[in-house]
Ligand binder design. Structure first.
Ligand code: AHG
Ligand code: MN
Ligand code: MN
Length: 331
């Protein structure tokens, strides 16, 4: 019989037990609780209108909130309770949220998150997710410097995501190894289901919103066309899969092998995806799984962000596939 391991247990056993791993375990515990609450809410998403009165209030007389605002509020609330978190950057909030309570005085961690990724898929009952990225403060003293929360991805100490899919999964990495936990809703625990996840060598899938193809760089458009032929790097045509929730697209490609592309186009020189909430966390994770992420010019983990909500093109997946695109687009 395989051992039954929950997330907290795994965290404490997987790392050398020291103060740092204790802090991270505590932060991940807060993320885990938030994820359970959001998961529960997501599962009831279609019922809000039925149970709510006049679309304004629900059966408990609370105002019906959009799921992305709800997820943001839950994560911030739980993270605020952690004495180790100093600040949170969220896709849902223009400025960095800094915690100034006394018990945050010694806090050294900054977390960036996309509380609800794939929000256009909520109304159609398709998988959505949460993405997170954790840095440790570099400056000394209690104040937070810009360089503390705008660090390159290579400095991150942890990244992960929660996928609210046919089951809810939490996947995280602290750099070495990447592990997946599936929520058992009956006992309310995330149990280790995918230990040491690695990207398969074969890359069978290309994943891109091809409706933007007329606006792409010609070299990229030609390259994507080639993926559909036996001229593809794999020697046989790839198949297309695109969900429109980055978390779900990433997760599928991680398990099956492939490349996800969200390029720049004539209208959007930096693409759409956000560096700190989407690009860097997945770049950190794909590296731990043996893959690679590029913005078309360089390793995403080398980019030093200059703004919280900065966007960047993203090419991510099997290393040879992504390197090929990078070579093609490099100026
Ligand atoms: P969000 O819901 O957090 O704004 O993110 C949506 C993102 C991402 O999940 C997905 O990969 C991408 O938008 C899809 O964009 P297109 O509809 O342009 O393909
Ligand atoms: Mn998103
Ligand atoms: Mn979002």
């Amino acid at each position: 019989m395989p051992p039954i391991t929950n997330l907290t247990d795994h965290l404490l056993k997987a790392h050398v037990f020291n103060q740092r791993s204790r802090e991270l375990a505590e932060i991940l515990n807060q993320i885990m609780i938030s994820a359970k609450i959001v998961s529960h809410k997501t599962n009831r998403a279609g019922l809000t209108d039925i149970l709510g009165a006049a679309g304004k209030t629900n059966v408990q007389d609370e105002e019906v909130q959009k799921l992305d605002e709800y997820a943001h509020d839950i994560f911030v609330r739980l993270l605020k309770q952690s004495p180790y978190i100093k600040a949170v950057g969220s896709e849902e909030e223009p400025d960095l949220i800094v915690f100034n309570e006394d018990y945050h005085d010694q806090a050294e961690y900054i977390m960036h998150m996309d509380p609800l990724d794939g929000s256009s898929n909520i109304d159609v009952n398709v998988s959505v997710g949460t993405i997170f990225l954790i840095y440790r403060k570099q400056s000394f003293g209690q104040n937070l410097e810009k360089s503390d929360y705008l660090q390159p991805g290579k400095n991150a100490v942890c990244a992960g995501y929660v996928l609210y899919g046919s089951s809810t999964m939490l996947v995280y990495s602290t750099g070495q190894g990447m592990h997946g936990f599936t929520l058992d809703p009956n006992i309310g625990e995330f149990l280790l289901s995918h230990e040491d996840m690695t990207l398969p060598e074969a890359s069978n899938i290309y994943s891109v919103n091809e409706s933007y193809q007329p606006k792409w760089d010609q070299a990229l458009a030609d390259h994507v066309s080639q993926m559909k032929t036996d001229q593809d790097i794999s020697g046989k045509p790839k198949t297309a899969r695109y969900i429109g929730s980055l978390v779900a697209d990433f997760h599928r490609n991680l398990l099956k092998g492939g490349i996800f592309l969200y390029p720049a186009d004539k209208k959007h020189p930096n693409g759409k995806l956000r560096l700190l909430y989407e690009g860097i966390p997945f770049a950190f994770l794909i590296k731990a799984a043996g893959g690679y992420a590029s913005d078309g010019q360089q390793d995403v983990l080398e980019i030093v962000p200059t703004e919280l909500h900065q966007r960047a093109p993203l090419f991510i997946g099997n290393k040879p596939d992504v390197k090929l695109v990078e070579k093609l687009l490099k100026k």
